[in-house]
Write a protein that binds this ligand. Structure first.
Ligand SMILES: Nc1ncnc2c1ncn2[C@@H]1O[C@H](COP(=O)(O)OP(=O)(O)OP(=O)(O)O)[C@@H](O)[C@H]1O
Length: 395
């Protein structure tokens, strides 16, 4: 069956009172962005507290649904048959034809649920329900009515035009991107940070990202992997401004001057500082990392406290309480997993100590950092100034 229209249902944003239009506009923007990834011409618009996508050319149904399923804020995607109001007999014919095509010769129970927004329509909702129900019963031998728990709930909405639908494909939920400020994701090539970005983006937050690389110790391919991951996350979040920071000189300097068992923590603290610089520059209201308590030495409660200590912005760690497998499950669902496990080196793994501290004391770390006094500010300035900025789009 070819549907000319999709009716899109939204959840949480329906309750936002006076600001609802802002949420709807953000949703429309994200739907348009997502449909750029699909071949075809579409018109996305809102009308009477509903959002519609009209398909203006041939299109691939599965592909459209797949792309709409990535738009945060949508809870239901309904493929709709749309018709002009040309009298009740014509509506009856259309409903019967629709039911035949969708449910054919099968045995099924159904209920018609009419909503009459156009009050001038000559029949009320009850009459529409009864008359259409009768027509379906007469024409589809396997059908029977069940008003309490129907297998098929047929919605008939009488507005300026008439809409018929019975399928509600679940959307991803969440809030439309752009409705909750921006945040800076520390994006590595691993499994966890892309998932963390996805999760915060799902709450309507616009993503920015920062990646630290250490050429020649890390390769161009490792950087490309991070760009590819950002591209996948951008399918959901919209375009991402990615800062690629050359961290080599800072790392070598820390390696040279600080105790090796504290390397990871000290490096992470400088990553946070630089990421925060870019976050403030682009008006972000927080940082995001893919840390989860106890996963590795640098993610114990003590280590997290030591990393946090350098930041003034809040640090969001959406996977903090997740086990690895739970994070992997989301990575697989959002399609980042296969890219994340490609075996390219990360700057943290290259300069890693054999026996890193697991319970760093902030006091001791600060003492070690005093060894960096001479050059660290200058190196940070250089790293910031030489940062490459890439706008990563999914489509
Ligand atoms: N090279 C990097 N560039 C940007 N952020 C990084 C980098 N390395 C680590 N991070 C940030 O620090 C967090 C913890 O990194 P770490 O290497 O300890 O953990 P991980 O479990 O391997 O995380 P991930 O799977 O996200 O790489 C990451 O989730 C990420 O947010």
């Amino acid at each position: 069956m070819t549907f000319q229209t999709f009716l899109l249902k939204y959840g949480e944003i329906g309750i936002k009172g006076k600001n609802r239009y802002l949420f709807e506009d953000a949703l429309v923007r994200q739907i348009k962005y997502s449909l750029k990834g699909v071949e075809g011409k579409f018109n996305v618009y809102k009308s009477q507290a509903r959002i519609y996508v009209d398909c203006l050319s041939e299109y691939d149904y599965e592909d459209v649904v797949e792309h709409l399923k990535r738009v945060f804020g949508l809870v239901g995607i309904c493929p709709v048959v749309r018709l002009e109001d040309e009298g009740f007999d014509r509506l009856k014919e259309e409903v019967v034809a629709y039911m035949k095509e969708m449910y054919g010769e099968k045995d099924f129970t159904f209920k018609i649920e009419a909503r009459r927004a156009k009050k001038s329509y000559p029949k009320n909702s009850m009459e529409i329900n009864c008359d259409l129900g009768e027509a379906v019963l007469e024409n589809l031998k396997g059908s029977s009515v069940d008003v309490h728990k129907p297998e098929v709930l047929v919605n008939v909405e009488v507005r300026n035009e008439i809409y018929i639908y019975s399928q509600i494909i679940p959307g991803p939920g969440g809030m439309p991107v752009g409705t909750n400020g921006g945040a800076m994701l520390l994006l590595s090539g691993g499994i966890d940070s892309p998932v963390a970005g996805y999760m915060i983006s799902k709450r309507g937050v616009k993503l920015h990202a920062t990646y630290f690389h250490a050429p020649p110790y890390t390769s161009e391919r490792a950087k490309q992997k991070v760009v590819d991951l950002a591209k996948i996350v951008a399918r959901y979040s919209g375009p991402i401004e990615l800062n690629v920071v050359n961290f080599t000189d800072i790392q070598l300097y820390i390696y040279d001057k600080c105790p090796h068992d504290e390397l990871t923590i000290i490096m992470r603290r400088y990553m946070m500082k630089i990421a925060e610089h870019f976050a403030l520059e682009s008006g972000c209201l927080g940082l995001i990392t893919g840390e989860s308590i106890g996963q590795v030495a640098s993610q114990t409660m003590q280590s997290l406290a030591a990393t946090n200590e350098v930041c003034t912005l809040p640090v969001y760690r959406p996977v903090i309480g997740f086990d690895k497998q739970e994070i992997v499950d989301i990575a697989e669902k959002i399609d980042t997993y296969e890219t994340s496990i490609l075996p390219f080196e990360d700057c943290c793994t290259i300069f890693v100590a054999k026996h890193p501290v697991t319970k760093p004391s902030v006091k001791r770390i600060k003492k070690s950092e005093e060894n960096l006094q001479d050059k660290i500010e200058e190196l940070m300035k250089e790293a910031i100034e030489s940062t490459e900025k890439i706008t990563v789009r999914a489509f």
